[in-house]
Design a protein around this ligand. Structure first.
Ligand code: CP3
Length: 349
């Protein structure tokens, strides 16, 4: 950690003083970059994830090409269910599919225990190689899906609009749901600990589907397991970021979850949220990803608006409010990153 040439991101996560606001974006290693598509043309997505040289190459791309202040390891949240024994298919244009989803105690019983240094060692090797390739230029972020978000995919079997299958599952088989959430939490904790041991400087928990739950159900099915994961992570000063998309109602509880940073989507008011929880945690976010379709002038205005809304002082990690869209012009992202770098200086004097 101490050999880093640029540690702005880690400092902001821990609310230490910085000379400007650090910036990275979710899904920054991805299809919007022609350089990513060139690698992807030679290998399918899961092969890329499982080939440390390729994962390393695309992880470093946005650092070189865009100038972000942190790298996030190229992988996917769904490698955990796969490691637990579920067949995972990435269908071209359709997204991830589990042909045999978990629906009852018989299918749940087939899930296996995971040793991250065995079944997921390709991620650890990718982290080690990326750490070497980065040579301390910026910190490296590891990640996991939240237990709730992973269970949603494992039960639905694919993306969903209504989430009928997972809702049916938690209301009719709540005991099994809790058993599975506990099992996934144990794996996710060990997985994050292993990533830190393999070189990750910080870790993020993606609770992409937290916001589909009612506040009461969130408190039963998502929050306790996020807390269990954080509690179990073996770390020193490695920050934990939690991003629960759409979970407006949960922000206060997340600020007491043990996380150092709470991620905000673009529908949240960063000024208001800072007042409510900013004394306890740093905040990450929250420019609307579709704003990158606008002109550089408009992007600059919005960057200024987000920086101003957060206000003076440390504790802000600039990011988008969700992953960057594949049809974004990389030049617009580069412009956004440069605006953050120049426009944020005055908030740190
Ligand atoms: O942020 C990064 O750059 C690191 C890499 C990363 C990927 N997925 C690469 C990826 C991360 C952090 C993820 C997390 C992830 N994966 C989440 C949580 C974050 C979020 O966006 O809410 C979720 C829900 C998934 C599951 C997943 N993986 C979906 C729904 C898809 C299909 C999406 C699509 O647009 O096709 C994936 C595939 C995937 N994961 C791609 C990438 C770059 C596209 C694969 C390709 O190259 O074809």
């Amino acid at each position: 950690m101490n050999k880093l040439k640029n540690d702005l991101f880690l400092k902001a996560c821990l609310k230490q003083k910085t000379e400007r606001t650090p910036v990275w974006v979710m899904r920054q290693a991805g299809r919007y970059l022609p350089e990513y598509r060139a690698v992807r043309a030679k290998a399918d997505f899961l092969t890329m994830c499982k080939t440390p040289e390729l994962a390393c190459e695309v992880t470093v791309q946005p650092v070189d090409l865009i100038g972000v202040d942190a790298a996030i390891i190229f992988s996917d949240i769904l490698v955990i269910p796969e490691a637990m024994g579920m067949e995972l298919i990435m269908e071209e244009g359709r997204g991830p599919v589990f042909p045999e989803p978990v629906r009852d105690s018989a299918s749940a019983a087939k899930l296996k225990k995971v040793d991250p240094f065995k079944e997921l060692n390709y991620v650890m090797e990718a982290l080690r190689q990326t750490k070497t390739a980065l040579d301390g230029r910026v910190p490296l972020i590891g990640f996991t899906g939240s237990p709730w978000t992973l269970l949603t995919y494992m039960v639905e079997g694919k993306g969903s609009k209504t989430f009928s299958v997972i809702k049916n599952f938690i209301y009719n088989q709540p005991k099994l749901a809790h058993e599975l959430l506990t099992e996934i939490s144990v794996v996710a904790s060990a997985y994050l600990s292993a990533q830190i041991e393999s070189g990750a400087d910080a870790v993020q928990i993606f609770d992409t589907w937290g916001g589909i739950l009612s506040p009461r159900d969130y408190n039963e099915f998502s929050l306790p397991y996020i807390e269990m994961v954080i509690e179990g992570v073996k770390r020193k000063k490695h920050p934990v970021i939690v991003f629960s998309k759409g979970a407006h109602f949960a922000l206060k509880k997340l600020s007491k979850s043990g996380a150092d940073v709470v991620g905000l989507d673009w529908t949240m008011d960063i000024k208001k949220v800072r007042k409510e929880i900013g004394s306890r945690v740093a905040l990450q976010g929250n420019l609307d990803p579709t704003l990158l379709y606008a002109s550089p002038e408009r992007i600059k205005e919005e960057v200024k608006a987000v920086l101003k809304a957060y206000g003076k002082g440390t504790g802000h990690v600039f990011n988008l409010g969700h992953g960057i869209h594949p049809d974004t012009d990389p030049e617009n992202l580069k412009a956004m990153v440069n605006f953050v770098k120049t426009e944020s200086v005055k908030y740190h004097k």
